[in-house]
Design a protein around this ligand. Structure first.
Ligand code: NAD
Ligand code: ZN
Length: 399
């Protein structure tokens, strides 16, 4: 059994308010000249595209702008974006936006390098080698895609989100400028922020490294290990401190804190793991109109309760990190406080709390449980091994 863990990241992370000014220099000094920039119309209208194109132009880079990005992008959108990119012939791809545009940029880079259709690369370790240099600039404080090895598309025909996971998908360069999140709409701030909290909590409560690593060979996730633990703790504390204020708006320190938290949570989950929350969100997000973050936030406390028997000490620690006073409480009671704290954050930022409020029909739940149960890598990373009936029970409770 291997006892050495790995830690992967973006090649370089540049973090700070105003960091985007360095973008042109950072790209040009790598000898790159032609940038295919993946963004969307809403971001252009919000002025964020211009803020990133200007430093690129100042460094004499040629930029082709693709504004066809969309929330939770469809597989067909990735095919379309790659076709446009191919005509331009870029030497690098830049994803500007939330997780949706960054993930789209990742898949475009894969398709330009290795050809074929996106489905060829779904699941883990199916990208055959390095991809075109990839740069990511997040405009939400949420997904951590700027450092992660994941790209998520929506398979509209089969009503499910589909992930491509490969260490080759880690961006060469992540420029995280919290100012790019300043104008992020309230609901997107809330949804993407609770997604970051889900990443940190799922990483922190994931199955232990030793238990996950039983077969050797490359793995999508390492499980819980010390470096990921440190990162998850820091992210949870930052989110406890800043998320509600960031959603309330007009608070630059809260925006900065959330931008940092989201990137750190991305490092934590993309090395340790995500688990049942994400598994259950994939069929949910494919079936009804709910953002990835809102779906995760809805499911998170129910999965925490299911995992409580296996992760009491960790949940008790999460309660403290989220600002709960657990002095004098038993471990069980302190762990319960973590669930309560997450529920209160969710209520304060106004994300949905029940599946029925999303228009889900009770008859759909067994199908969700079946599809989630089939995502084996996310069953493997959960600290408690669920049966399909357990998944249905969690969904019933969340209904
Ligand atoms: N690759 C990963 O590691 C990873 C991790 C988690 C989630 N995801 C995926 O990321 C997607 C969700 O990403 P998200 O939550 O960041 O939201 P998003 O990218 O879907 O963006 C939502 C909307 O907000 C707009 N927007 C974003 N930033 C803005 C800003 N600063 N100003 C104005 N408008 C802005 C966008 O234009 C878009 O219309 C989902 O598809 C999810 O599955 C990926
Ligand atoms: Zn997520």
């Amino acid at each position: 059994m291997p006892d050495a863990w790995n830690f992967h990241s973006a090649g370089q992370i540049v973090f700070g308010r105003g960091a985007r000014a360095q973008l042109g220099m950072l790209v040009a000094r790598r000898g790159l000249k032609r940038v295919f920039l993946v963004a969307d119309k809403q971001l252009e209208a919000a002025g964020q595209v211009g803020r990133v194109v200007t430093p690129l132009h100042q460094a004499q880079l040629e930029v082709e702008l693709y504004l066809g990005g969309e929330p939770e992008p469809a597989v067909s959108t990735a095919i379309d974006a790659a076709a446009v990119a191919r005509r331009f012939g870029p030497d690098c791809v830049l994803g500007l936006g939330g997780g949706s545009n960054m993930d789209l940029a990742k898949i475009v880079a894969v398709l330009l390098t290795h050809g074929c259709e996106p489905a060829r690369y779904f699941s883990f370790d199916n990208v055959p080698g390095p991809i075109l240099p990839l740069i990511c600039c997040p405009t939400t404080a949420g997904t951590g895609s700027e450092v992660s090895h994941a790209a998520v598309l929506t398979d509209t025909a089969n009503h499910i989100k589909v992930s491509t996971l490969s260490q080759y998908l880690r961006p060469m360069l992540a420029v995280v400028d919290p100012a790019l999140t300043d104008g992020c709409p309230r609901q997107v701030t809330a949804d993407s922020g609770i997604d970051a909290l889900t990443h940190a909590i799922e990483a922190y409560t994931a199955i232990d490294f030793d238990q996950l690593h039983s077969s050797g060979g490359p793995v999508a996730y390492e499980g819980r290990y010390p470096l990921g633990e440190c990162l998850a703790e820091k992210a949870i504390a930052l989110i406890g401190e800043h998320l509600v204020a960031a959603v309330a708006g007009g608070n630059q320190a809260a925006r900065d804190g959330m931008a940092l938290a989201a990137t750190i949570a991305g490092l934590a989950f993309s090395n340790c793991a995500v688990a049942l929350v994400h598994a259950l969100e994939y069929p949910l997000g494919g079936a009804v109109h709910v953002s990835h973050g809102a779906g995760n936030g809805l499911l998170l406390p129910f999965v925490m309760r299911y995992n409580l028997p296996a992760r009491k000490a960790e949940l008790a620690r999460i309660a403290t990190l989220l600002g709960e006073n657990v002095a004098g409480l038993s471990e069980d009671a302190a762990a319960e406080r973590a669930i309560g704290a997450v529920e209160r954050i969710r209520a304060a930022i106004g994300t949905p709390q029940r599946l029925r409020d999303l228009g889900v029909k009770r008859e759909q739940l067994s199908g969700f449980a079946e599809k989630a149960f089939a995502i084996k890598r996310l069953m493997d990373t959960n600290p408690r091994r669920p049966t399909q009936a357990d998944l249905l029970e969690i969904l019933e409770q969340a209904y």
